[in-house]
Design a protein around this ligand. Structure first.
Ligand code: COI
Length: 355
């Protein structure tokens, strides 16, 4: 159990008002959580302080070798005035999977969750209430030793910041166009693909720019060895509804194990749908498309929730999915997931946690 020192701001900032356009990740609340780590001492000095710039040595290892991890979560405002988290234990567990891979010391799961709950409690009035909005939570850990040798740092900083946000994609639930990248790769087995670390996203930027230039909003990555099997989209996992079944790439070490991915699988199974986690080749997808068997495609993620895909491009092939509107399964999943998250629908799986 952490003994968190709380130092409040003297002049709180103006909060966004109902109806304001929030976008994603632009606005930050009044406070943040900090906790230090030093080898031989462990994690120490947990505190909630005014949101402010960090002071780090320009030699801090995170700047040079990218030793860092992050998580993405949300807090929701329920109609009866509660602040709810969604499956925070999954983020706490995944954070330590990333930590382990990146030689960052683990944070006990209960401390990770306590830090987030206490910060969200302090900032409860920042949770937006408009439909489709939430308080995005970004926990991260950075290596802080001022040293240019390549080795795990001996000191770290754990930070949690909060951002009142709307939809991740500017198009909201409107189907997006996806570029299947056949040149650059995001991750390989044995690499860091299954972790949430900045390097995976840095590696993705060049293909994202290429996709944007061609008029597509996100990149669908193929496996890094054969460039044949579908892995994940830049900020989401991917699902295909093919001949009445749901199919998603199996977790193979280079795919991020998404919390929304897991929730979608559990919801669809509870609705009696067959869900297959398997290796899917892009050629197999094209064959299914040509046979008229692809009914819906959607991405899943904490930030994106459910993001329907209306168009896919692979080399010179363009696949148009559906009629340009959100498919019925994508809509049902969005409505059910957000209903559970916002506390407007029953929570049969016990996924929500009051802060
Ligand atoms: C999330 O969905 O929370 C993510 O972390 C994806 C992102 C890079 C915005």
């Amino acid at each position: 159990m952490l003994n968190i020192d709380i130092q409040k701001v003297s002049t709180p900032k103006a909060k966004p008002q109902p109806g304001d356009k929030l976008g994603f990740g632009h606005i930050f609340t009044d406070h943040m959580f900090l906790m230090n780590y030093a080898e031989g001492k462990g994690w120490f000095d947990p505190r909630i302080v005014p949101f402010q710039n960090l002071s780090l040595s320009p030699a801090a290892m995170v700047f040079h070798y990218g030793q860092e991890m992050f998580e993405g979560m949300k807090a929701y405002h329920s109609p009866d005035g509660r602040a709810l988290l969604f499956r925070p234990e999954m983020n706490a567990r995944r954070a330590n999977v990333s930590n382990q891979r990146l030689c960052i010391p683990e944070v006990p799961e209960e401390d990770f969750i306590q830090a987030i709950r206490e910060l969200v409690r302090v900032e409860k009035d920042w949770i937006p209430k408009d439909p489709g909005t939430s308080l995005y939570i970004r926990p991260f850990i950075i290596a802080t030793d001022g040293f240019l040798g390549v080795a795990p740092s001996k000191t770290y900083l754990f930070v949690v910041i909060l951002s009142p946000s709307g939809a991740y994609s500017e198009s909201g639930m409107a189907p997006v166009g996806i570029w299947i990248e056949d040149d650059y790769v995001r991750a390989v087995r044995g690499g860091m693909g299954y972790t949430k670390t900045g390097g995976n996203y840095a590696a993705s930027l060049i293909a994202q720019v290429k996709a944007h230039d061609a008029g597509y909003s996100q990149v669908l990555w193929l496996d890094g060895v054969e460039r044949k099997y579908i892995e994940e989209v830049g900020a989401m996992n991917i699902f295909f509804k093919i001949s009445g079944h749901l199919v998603t790439p199996a977790l193979n070490g280079s795919i991020l194990p998404g919390v929304t991915r897991d929730s979608v699988i559990k919801l669809c199974e509870s609705w009696g749908l067959d869900v297959y986690e398997k290796r899917i080749s892009v050629d197999e997808l094209i064959d299914d498309y040509n046979m008229g068997r692809v009914e819906e495609i959607f991405g899943t993620g904490t930030a994106a929730v459910i993001s329907p895909v209306g168009k896919l491009r692979y080399k010179d092939d363009i696949m148009v999915i559906g009629d340009g509107t959100t498919g019925p399964l994508s809509q049902r999943l969005y409505d059910t997931l957000t209903g559970i998250q916002w506390g407007t629908l029953p929570d049969p799986f016990g996924w929500t946690m009051e802060v």
